[in-house]
Design a protein around this ligand. Structure first.
Ligand code: FES
Length: 711
């Protein structure tokens, strides 16, 4: 397996090499197949073993070996939903470009290059720059002189400071203490030191490359030069003698105020004493003010959505949907965590493959659109907590063990180059906060972009995947759960399951009278397997056609099923097949497949039920269900209700919004107000641990059953 992966071949590995999924079948050539081990005896048929088929993950060879990897063992290209429903957002760039024509130095004007640049930015644009990336500083003299002192400077603004619990007027005194008025004599020390050495509660900046540890200090890092010599006459971005509320207005940072229209969850009785860091992250020759680009990424367990965005206009320039190459280390999150936990080099490997893939996607998108990758100034990335941690190279041991806690639940910004990502020299990657061990920043982005947080009434947001995250926004709170729905919807653990690739059955309708299936396959190819939406359809249709009962059992008297040579019951999905071909060559649904779907749908329904229970409402009070995510875009809501995965609600209340997480990532890329707003919303989400809920087991067992009747 390792040799195949090292050769850059994408081979399926759902179980992460444990020998249990049977998806990594290879043919050992030259009669060199070793006797099968116990895992192979279980996973392979007698014929396969006899013919030299083995599991790649179970092979251990000390000499060269020729193997044949069948297409069915290769990771397939998949139908990917990259974007979703998107409202136009007002652009408030985190990074702005400024064109400068500088006077060259003379014997009577011997200011340093950097001072000259800052002075020009202040004089021309009233911009007080107080930081420059070290690499950019190093290159600056050359760029200034080579371009006749006419350059474009990219300045990134970030905010750092304290979060103060204020529900009354407060002020900061000259000695740096915050006093609360209105009769409260309590004081809170802010800091005696310069604002640039204060701890940040706003975001974390990571230093030190791939083995980074979280540094709670401000981004005064080894890769940047912080200037402390601004002329005294320049206005300070934060006037520490003013009252906090005035500071807020002066800096135009009162962007949190527009979300207090949604009850308690948005009653933001706190205020950020925010300092502004203006950092030069890129200097180019000539006037390049129009060329300002960013990348928004939704890093999924299976797929990665990449958007190339114009930072000046907020428009999407291009997009790419690519596979997450970490699939080769295990299809589900736990398999990857297990792999990464084994050694530092494993962690490095699994981080490297995804970074390489992202670099490749950026490179291709830039090339296609005639953009230099250095012109990409910022990346915003969202993902589930495991993807987030593996991307950053964080230790994931604590994610794999109860109580499954994240390293941090705050937003992070890190120099892209420290991760090996190739964009502008001083460019950053920004990551929204994660909520808990299994509720990541993709969930925050989804509920932010879909607007669930500001919906009236009781609204459920759901992103179906290997882990399904569900949020319920009720009248005064937002609660989220993560439920292990498993990889069945990705085609794993299903006999003929596959991803949504060409040849996958994606739609199934069964004629109740004849039992004959009508199928639709991706790209109208002959059926070679079935993907998640097809499996859901098939189960719902088999229920309606009374091929299976409420418990999910095949009705043995049904004429619609057949028995294969091992005595296993099947419903054949290929309309061309007759019962005579009731063998392994025909795509079909088995009893075990039905059980897998029952477990997956039960996990989701249990999550919904417990959220409703926690909010003290029942399903009749649900005003809306928003289905986000790639898989959610392809499912038929009626079938989802019919099999009981969702409560029986009016279908008009169900909305499919596509990849809202990617849209959320894009929103926080193009607007600093939205970035701050999303971070605030993340703090309002209350995570519920399902398994400790008293009714969890009962709910789960009941939810495995199919509803009484479906139409
Ligand atoms: S059986 Fe080999 S990866 Fe699962």
């Amino acid at each position: 397996m390792k040799a195949i992966l090292d050769a850059g071949i994408g081979i399926k590995s759902i179980c992460g090499g444990k020998g249990t999924c049977g998806k990594c079948r290879i043919l050992i050539l030259d009669n060199k197949a070793l006797p099968p081990n116990t895992s192979e005896l279980k996973a392979l048929s007698n014929d396969e073993i006899k013919n030299g088929v083995r599991l790649a993950c179970q092979q251990n060879f000390s000499e060269s070996l020729n193997v044949y990897i069948p297409a069915s063992s290769l990771t397939e290209e998949q139908k990917l939903q990259v974007t979703g429903a998107e409202e136009k957002v007002e652009v408030e760039p985190i990074i702005k470009k400024y064109f400068l024509k500088l006077d060259p130095p003379t014997l009577s004007d011997m200011k340093s290059d950097y001072f000259r640049l800052k002075e020009a930015l202040f004089n021309n644009y009233s911009l007080n720059v107080n930081k420059i990336d070290n690499l950019v500083l190093k290159e600056m003299p050359k760029i200034l002189r080579q371009n006749n002192w006419q350059v474009t400077v990219s300045v990134r603004t970030s905010f750092v400071g304290q979060t103060l619990p204020l529900n009354q007027t407060s002020s900061i005194s000259q000695d740096g203490t915050v006093s609360k008025d209105l009769g409260q004599s309590q004081t809170t020390p802010v800091s005696q030191a310069s604002p640039l050495s204060q701890p940040s509660s706003k975001s974390q900046t990571l230093n030190g490359g791939q083995t980074s540890t979280v540094n709670q200090s401000l981004p005064v890092d080894q890769t940047s030069h912080v200037d402390k010599t601004s002329p005294k006459s320049w206005p300070s971005p934060v006037n520490q003698n003013s009252t906090v509320s005035i500071l807020n207005e002066q800096n135009g940072l009162n962007y949190l105020s527009d979300i207090d229209d949604i009850g308690d969850i948005n009653n933001l009785n706190e205020f950020k004493n925010i300092n502004e860091i203006n950092e030069i992250i890129f200097i180019e020759g000539g006037n390049k003010t129009n060329d300002s680009y960013g990348i928004a990424i939704d890093l999924g367990t299976t797929k990665i959505a990449v958007l190339l965005v114009n930072l000046n206009t907020g428009e999407n320039i291009d997009k790419a949907g690519i596979m997450n190459p970490q699939i080769s280390f295990g299809e589900d999150v736990m398999s990857r965590i297990n792999y990464a936990m084994q050694s530092a080099s494993n962690l490095e490997n699994i981080q490297r493959v995804v970074i390489d893939q992202i670099n490749k996607a950026i490179e291709e998108l830039c090339q296609k659109n005639n953009i230099k990758k250095e012109e990409v100034l910022e990346i915003s990335l969202v993902g589930n907590t495991a993807m987030h941690h593996l991307f950053l190279g964080f230790d994931v041991k604590q994610l794999g063990l109860s109580p499954f806690v994240a390293v941090t639940s705050e937003s992070i910004e890190i120099k892209a180059r420290e991760l090996g990502i190739k964009i502008a020299p001083g460019g950053y990657v920004y990551l929204l906060p994660v909520i808990a061990g299994f509720v990541g920043s993709d969930h925050v982005a989804m509920l932010f972009a879909s607007g669930i947080y500001k919906e009236a009434g009781n609204v459920i947001g759901i992103d179906i995947g290997t882990n399904t995250e569900i949020v319920l926004k009720s009248s005064n709170k937002m609660e989220s759960v993560s439920t292990a729905s498993g990889p069945a919807f990705e085609g794993a653990h299903i006999k003929y399951g596959m991803r949504a690739a060409p040849g996958a059955i994606e739609r199934v309708v069964i004629d109740k009278d004849t039992c004959m299936p009508k199928i639709q396959t991706i790209n109208d190819k002959d059926p070679i397997g079935i993907c998640g939406s097809g499996i859901l359809d098939a189960i719902a249709e088999m229920l309606k056609a009374k091929i299976i009962d409420r418990r999910g059992k095949f009705i043995s008297q049904s004429n619609c099923i057949c028995k294969d040579d091992k005595g296993e019951l099947r419903y054949l999905l290929d309309p061309k097949a007759s019962k005579k071909t009731c063998d392994s060559s025909t795509v079909s649904i088995t009893q075990k497949d039905i059980v897998e779907i029952q477990l997956a749908k039960s996990a989701i329904r249990t999550g919904i039920n417990i959220l409703l229970e926690s909010a003290g409402i029942d399903f009749t009070q649900i005003d809306k269900i928003i289905i986000a995510g790639a898989f959610g875009s392809y499912i038929d809501p009626k079938n989802v209700v019919d099999i009981g995965m969702f409560p029986k609600i009016d279908l008009k209340k169900i909305f499919q919004v596509g990849n809202a997480a990617a849209v959320g990532a894009k929103m926080v890329l193009v607007s600093k107000s939205l970035r701050a707003k999303a971070e605030e919303i993340a703090k309002k989400i209350n995570y519920l641990e399902l398994t400790v809920f008293p009714t969890f087991t009962d709910n789960f067992v009941k939810s495995t059953l199919f509803p009484e009747e479906s139409n």
